[in-house]
Structures are given as C-alpha cells and as structure tokens.
Design a protein around this ligand. Sequence first.
Ligand code: UDX
Length: 445
Amino acid sequence: MTRVAIVGAGYVGVCTGLTFAGQGHRITFADVDEARVDALRAGRAPFFEPGVEAALRRALRLRRIDATTDTATAVDAARWVFLCVGTPPTSTGSADLTSLRAAAKAVGQALAGRRDYPIVVVKSTVPPGTVDDVVRLTLEAASGSRAGHDFGVASNPEFLREGHALQDARRPDRVVWGTREPRTARRLAQLYARVRCPKIRTDPRTAELIKYAANAFLATRVSFANEMANLCERLGIDWYDVVEGIAPDPRIGPQFFRAGVGFGGSCFPKDLGALAALGRSARNPLRIVESTLEVNERQPAEAIRLLRTEVGALKGRRIALLGLAFKPDTDDVRETRALPIYRALRHEGADVVAYDPRAGESFRRLAPDAVIATSLEEALTGADGAIIQTEWDEFRRLRPDLLRRLMRTPVVVDGRRTLESRSMDRGAVRYRAIGLGRNGSAKKD
Ligand code: UDX
C-alpha cells in the first residue's frame, strides 16, 4: 500500500485518486474548497459523474481515502503527490498557472527535509515548459531540496472524458509520462505496471504538448464536421451519409464527426485557447487551431438560423431549450453551447424555457434569470419551437405525436442529431438538424 496525495479534487483528481484507491493505494485528497472536502469525506461525489459515488463509498469503507483542506497533511508521508488543480484561461487565453504555483509551493514546503524521494507528478493541463520551469523551480525553492536528488518531478497528462471519467482513468488507451530523471521514470513504470496499454516515456515538455495536441486534433475534427455539416445543410445532403463514405478509410475513421452546435466543456475551448496563445507568443500562429475555435463560436448561430427559418421572427415566441450540460451524462455546464444559444434567443426577444435532466441548477448560476422547467413535458408545453442542445437519452423518447400534443407549433431544431430524422419527417413535425439537408431527409422517406 503506497500513500498518494492528490492535490485538487476536480474530475481529474478524484478519478485519478479513486483509480489508485481501487488498486489498493491509500489516497489523501487536498482541496482548498471545504465543501468539496466535506463531501468526499461523507462519501458524496462533489459532481455528477457515473460510478464516482459508488467508488468513493467503497474506498471509504476500505479506509483507503481521506480528504483535507491542508496540503501539508496530505503530502505528509506520501510517496506520490499528484497535482490536479485547474488551469483556467487568463484574459489573453493563455493558461492561468496561479493555482498550480500555489499548490507547488505548498507541496514544496511540505517536502522540506524529506530525503525518501517522493515524486511530484503534474496531471493538470499545462503549457510545455511548465513542469521544468515553474513546478520544479517552485518545489526546489519552497523545499530547499533538489529535484532528481531528493525528490522527483514528472508530467503525466490525463485524457479522461467527462461522463466516462472513471472508466477512462481505470482503463486508459495510453499512459504518457515525461521526466528527465531516470529514478522517477523507473518508479512511474512500477506505478503503472499493472495498467495494460501503450506507455509513452518522454521528457516533460513533450508530454505537456501531447495533451494539447490530442485535444486540438479532436476539436479540429469536430469543427471540420460542423463546417461540412453546414455546407451539407445548404446543399440538401446528409452529413452522416458523407461520414459513412469517408469513415471506412483507416486514415480517417468514424469518431468525432458528430456535427452540432459545437464543442464545450472544461477542456477543448480552454486548451485550444491556451495552445493558440502559445503559438502567438512563439511567433508561430496556429491557424488551424484559431479557425477551429472560430467555427465553434459560430455554430450556435446555425441552430438559431434553422429555428428562424421555421418559426420566423422569434420575438414573443416560446422556445424550449432542451439540454444545458455541455454533453450528456454530466451536470457540467462549463463552456456549454447552451449559454450562447440562450443569450441569442433572449436577444431576439424569445421566451425561453430551459430543461436539463441534471444541469438545471448549474445552468442557473450562469444565467440567473433563466426559466428552468422541472420536466421535459413542462418545457415543451405551449412551445413554438424547441432546440435540442444536449443529446441526453431522455430526449430520444420524443415522438411526433407527443411533440404535436404538447407544443403549440411542433418545430424541432436538433442541435445534436438526437432524434431519428426519419420518424420525425413522417409525423408532421417540422424537424431540422445541423447537417441534415432538407433534401437529404426527404430522400430517406
Ligand atoms: C475531452 C477529451 O475527449 C479528453 O480526452 C480530454 O482529456 C478532455 O477533453 P470531454 O471534454 O470530457 O473530454 O468531452 P468529449 O466527449 O471529448 O466532448 C467534448 C465536446 O465536443 C462536447 O461538447 C461534445 O458534445 C463535442 N463533440 C464531441 C462534438 O460536438 N462532436 C463529436 O463528434 C464529439
């Protein structure tokens, strides 16, 4: 049983900690947020994420986890310290390392005098050079000890997806670590020995860039899909028919081509912004990354445009906004496309009634004046149109007869291709979807 300290109990920290706990290690979470620490100690997941609460309770029962607001307590006697704090965007889009510096300083102070080679691992997403130039130096200054001699430092980025976070942490498709210290590299190899997947061993800067490159490429695929889908919509072609024709090419593949109102979440928008800022400061502007963000900013307007073509002017119209989370199976609303859609609808004078199976409360914090229904039916009742923003399973049960019964005018703009377009076409529902040209849908009838 190895003692592991996890500094920062967000998605990455909690899922990493629970994964290590599942392997028999003893975890102490440290977080500045007292409510979060209390929740963890009481066996309550601090956020909605499938499987997290059950894993937390099990680990508590086995006395494998604890939580504290005091970093020194967590670090005391830990052989591993994982830094999992957030790196939000600054006003220029670059990664704000304030929390990371503070965490590294607190960890460094707690490491003073330790000679047993504890290893500090950075899991937070940070620009290349952060581990070498910021974390290592902060740890050395605060501890009075030497990296590579008294303690180790490494980068070990995390690729988990919300909604599947625990599963991704337990069964990663690859593990990447970057360190300049052979002793640290050997210990990392032991720590991950039981995880079966490719292990990529490199230096910290490369490991840091791998994380940004992965997110930038995935987000670029989504913006590419969205641009093509917008074109398809205008040409009367179904984008998914096009995907069917390109996906069998092994160089292309089928994933991350879902068109819609754009990507949100805690990673893509922030990480692409930070990467773009990095490109600018290195005097090597990243045009594809910048365009990916630009296309993404425009996508919510595509849903509004489709709605307007069916409903006409939106002033005074009652519009149901279905789905507020940035994606299904989470209550996370960070960078959710629901917010720009909500604002655009309000700007055009629409009366918006929003609904989400999980994220109503968190959305209210972003838009305090939002009217949030407690059920799907309530949101749809009397509506002149609906926009589906998140592809929750619950919405898949929407059938034309139900829509016709509840809505004043049964117009649905599907921002995520949640519903079967064929079933919609028949039922006298005016159904529009991003990437589904009107001719395309007619062709399938
Ligand atoms: C992402 C990465 O997948 C993960 O590896 C990284 O560690 C963190 O960022 P996450 O933000 O949880 O994970 O969600 P993901 O499932 O990747 O979706 C991101 C956004 O892209 C969502 O808003 C989703 O709706 C959107 N998306 C995704 C699309 O619009 N189309 C797609 O085909 C795929």
